[in-house]
Design a protein around this ligand. Structure first.
Ligand code: COA
Length: 383
């Protein structure tokens, strides 16, 4: 049903050290999202700001961002689900528009991580796991995903070379993305010899912390048709939550929150995995992209790594994935990431992704995960 559309998308550059405040990062993203739209700030009748807390001293950043972007007096909401915050924001925006309460909603995601060292950041992110029984004993994002990698290797024989090929692919596209943190191709050898982080994951198997913001302008059908030349319709939405504790998980070779969210989104959109022309998946680590191939139904369980071996997830393959460089190249300013993924898919469906355009892309998918597989959001978009 064509009733809620994305009409504008924007992103600041993602960098290791922006040197600017969160309001300026958000302004960059907002400005790009509004470019070419027949809309003014006053037409935006609600805004949703999304980020992970505890990175910035600013409390309730929604009010600050609303003032800086001149969105007052419209209501300003704040949403967080760690790394999936901005796709959770999109879900709320969709609901606000479907309910008839609002007609145009701006979803603004941001994170400024450069004020903390990667070590401090890992501790903060570890607090996204159970802080009584697990985080103090070493569960952090890298160690949690390393457990998934170990389990996948033990159960299916996946190799470190196969993991490394995900970074090689994504770096080849990151090199073409002017807004990515790392704009350089890498070799298999460079990935395999990079510094160990949590066995078997090495530095190049990981995304890097970054500063950045994203913005998505969502509108009801009547507004969308008036203000945008090519509205991109929200065809399917899925969301699910798995146990906070890793010990509560039924599987370590799959994220059930992603599988459940994907099933809901496919059903709502009336499409199957083979109908997806282009996808953005949450490759916070190389293993995460392989789990995503399987959880989304692009490959059977245990066979995900073969897709990248056979180059099926390159731009001219069967199912192109992360052809903007993914989190691995772009960097991962956690609250901004989902919005950046949606920007990529919207640009693909509008035929504007000159750096790595998938031919005749009509249906795209975004897979965005929060925590160590706790929160899963899947969004299906249609031209
Ligand atoms: C991989 C990781 C542990 C490296 O941390 P570190 O060893 O403390 O490294 P630093 O942040 O001090 O950076 C040192 C250098 O390595 C580079 N670097 C850091 N992480 C990198 C990565 N993932 N890929 C490539 N280069 C990276 C930095 O750019 C920096 O280079 P420079 O000296 O040329 O500026 C850290 O990036 C990390 O924790 N990543 C995962 C983030 C995460 O878990 N996010 C949430 C996922 S859901």
């Amino acid at each position: 049903m064509d009733d809620v559309a994305i009409v504008g998308v924007g992103q600041s550059a993602f960098t290791r050290k922006s040197g600017v405040s969160i309001r300026e990062l958000c302004f960059d993203a907002f400005k790009e999202a509004m470019t070419g739209l027949d809309l003014t700030n006053k037409d935006i009748d609600a805004s949703i700001t999304c980020s992970a807390p505890e990175y910035d001293k600013q409390r309730t950043p929604s009010g600050l961002i609303s003032e800086y972007l001149e969105l007052t007096p419209s209501p300003a909401f704040y949403i967080e689900s760690v790394c999936s915050s901005s796709t959770t924001g999109l879900r709320v925006a969709y609901s606000l528009i479907k309910s008839g309460l609002h007609r145009v909603v701006a979803v603004i995601g941001f994170q400024k991580m450069s004020e903390l060292s990667s070590r401090d950041s890992a501790e903060r992110m570890g607090r996204g796991a159970d802080i009584m029984w697990e985080a103090p004993f070493g569960i952090s994002m890298p160690s949690g995903y390393a457990m998934f990698a170990q389990a996948h290797m033990a159960q299916f024989g996946t190799t470190v070379e196969q993991l490394a090929r995900v970074r090689v692919k994504n770096a080849s596209y990151g090199a073409k993305n002017p807004k990515a943190t790392y704009r350089k191709e890498v070799t298999l050898e460079e990935v395999l010899t990079s510094a160990p982080v949590a066995t078997p994951l090495k530095m190049f198997d990981a995304c890097a912390n970054a500063d950045g913001a994203s913005c998505i302008i969502v509108a009801s059908a009547d507004v969308a048709k008036k203000v945008s030349k090519i509205p991109i319709w929200i065809a399917g939405l899925g969301a699910a939550t798995d146990t906070m504790s890793m010990s509560g998980r039924k599987s370590l070779t799959s994220l059930s929150c992603a599988k459940d969210a994907a099933a809901q989104a496919y059903k709502m959109a009336g499409v199957k995995p083979q109908d997806i022309d282009v996808a953005e998946v949450h490759d916070c680590f190389t293993i995460s992209e392989i789990l995503a191939y399987e959880d989304l139904g692009f490959a059977k369980p245990g066979e995900g790594a073969r897709l990248v071996d056979e180059k099926q997830t390159y731009v001219d393959g069967k199912i192109p994935v992360n052809v903007d460089g993914g989190l691995l190249s772009k960097g991962h300013p956690v609250g901004a990431t989902g919005g950046s993924q949606m920007r990529t898919i919207v640009r693909q469906l509008r035929g504007e992704a000159t750096e790595a355009q998938v031919k005749n892309a009509e249906i795209g998918l975004v897979h965005n995960i929060g925590g160590v597989g706790q929160y899963g959001n899947v969004v299906i978009l249609r031209r």
